[in-house]
Every structure is written in structure tokens, then in C-alpha cells.
Design a protein around this ligand. Structure first.
Ligand SMILES: [Fe+2]
Ligand SMILES: [Fe+2]
Length: 234
């Protein structure tokens, strides 16, 4: 849909850059905008359903809602940043709109029944985002898309990530990839927890434990594949 071909290694990446499938600035932006417009849905749906469940059952949610809504807001900032750089065509907007309706409906339905499967799915979706941004960073390092490196970073991104005023697009993509890596860790961890039980969100409150590393809000002690339930102080 976005005209993106995933290379398996650097030599294939260079070969793609010299072929008709070459990634242009327009194709990168289309890929980012499609990915980000879908990525903002899960955190919002999951946060909303958990919020309603907490109200319905007169029970605490153990701090999951805030992290889920933070994720959705963060994804929306990714989208708004790219929209400042590129304006999607009417056809792209209509396709995204249709995709959002289908995805939001299916995700809501499945989250209601199988929340763990949904968090696992989002973990893999985030993995896909990490791979896309890594490939984008490699492309810029290899000088395959010079126009991309020269793009100006929008003010909205400088304010949101507290970037230096002269930050370039290469730096911006590294910040966004770090966000995606965090979403991947959080969602794979949530998938390992008892989503309907009393398990607390281990990312909301960092617990210092001697010789037992625990998750944090930052990339400290980062585990891309998520944390196993037995490794967590819950
Ligand atoms: Fe994102
Ligand atoms: Fe993400």
C-alpha cells in the first residue's frame, strides 16, 4: 500500500536504492503517515475500554490507563510532525480513513475479548515501526536519500521532544524510533501480564530492587521483547 519494500541486508538496501523501487521522500512520508495514523488507535481504544471497565467494576486499574493514553498521544505527535512535512493526497486520506474505521472496529472488538492478544499484536506492529525507522536511519547514513536528511524539522517536533533548535531530520527519526522501541517493550510486557487481574503496570512506578532490574519509564533496563511476568515485582 505504501510502496515500501523491506530489504534483508545492506546490499539489498543499496540495490533497491538503484532500482525503480527506490524510496523517495514522498514514499517515506506516505509510509510514515499510514503507519502513524493506525498506530494511534490501540492505546486510545485500550485506555478507553480499561477506563470504562474500572468505572463499571468500581475497581482500580493499576495505572495502565495513563501509559496507554500516553502512547496514543505520542503516536499522534509522530503523525502531526510528519503532516507538517508532507500533505497526503486525497486518495491517501480516503484510504487512511477506511483503514482507520476497519482497524478501530476490529481492535475494539478483539480487545474486549482477548486483550493479551491485542497487546502482543501491537508489540509486533511497533517492531515493524522500529524496523522501518532503522531502515530510514540506515538509508540516511548510506546517503541513499539525501533529500530526506535535508528536510527541516518542524517546530512542533522541536517543542515536543525538546530538540536543539538546529536538530536535523536524522536526529528526529532517532527520537521517534526510541519512542517506538518503548511502545514495543510496554506492549509485549502487557501481553505477558494478567490483563484482567490485579497486575500493576510496572512502567508507571519504578521500584528499586537490589540486583533485580525492573522496567522504567525511560530506555534504562530496556527489554525489546518485553518483561516476563515472573521477573517483575507486581
Ligand atoms: Fe509512532
Ligand atoms: Fe509506536
Amino acid at each position: 500500500m505504501t510502496g515500501y519494500t523491506e530489504p534483508h541486508d545492506k546490499s539489498e538496501q543499496i540495490a533497491i536504492a538503484n532500482s525503480a523501487e527506490r524510496m523517495t521522500v514522498e514514499k517515506w512520508m506516505a509510509r510514515f503517515i499510514v503507519l502513524e495514523s493506525v498506530a494511534g488507535i490501540p492505546g486510545s481504544v485500550a485506555g478507553c475500554l480499561r477506563h470504562l471497565r474500572s468505572l463499571r467494576r468500581f475497581r482500580r486499574d493499576m495505572a495502565w490507563i495513563e501509559t496507554l493514553h500516553d502512547e496514543a498521544y505520542n503516536e499522534k505527535m509522530h503523525l502531526l510532525t510528519f503532516l507538517k512535512i508532507a500533505k497526503p493526497t486525497l486518495l491517501t486520506r480516503v484510504s487512511i480513513y477506511a483503514l482507520q474505521i476497519v482497524f478501530a472496529f476490529c481492535f475494539t472488538l478483539v480487545y474486549f475479548l482477548y486483550p493479551n492478544i491485542c497487546h502482543r499484536f501491537v508489540g509486533y506492529l511497533e517492531e515493524e515501526a522500529v524496523k522501518t525507522y532503522t531502515r530510514c536511519i540506515d538509508d540516511m547514513e548510506l546517503g541513499l536519500t539525501p533529500d530526506l536528511s535535508n528536510l527541516q524539522v518542524p517546530q512542533i517536533a522541536i517543542d515536543y521532544w525538546n530538540l536543539p533548535i538546529d536538530a536535523n531530520f536524522y536526529v528526529l527519526i532517532q527520537y521517534i524510533r526510541a519512542d517506538e522501541a518503548k511502545h514495543r517493550e510496554v506492549n509485549h510486557t502487557f501481553a505477558n501480564l494478567e490483563t484482567r487481574g490485579n497486575d500493576r503496570n510496572p512502567f508507571a512506578l519504578h521500584i528499586e530492587a537490589a540486583n533485580v532490574p525492573q522496567p522504567s519509564k525511560t530506555l534504562e533496563n530496556h527489554r525489546g521483547v518485553g518483561w516476563e511476568r515472573e521477573d517483575l515485582i507486581l
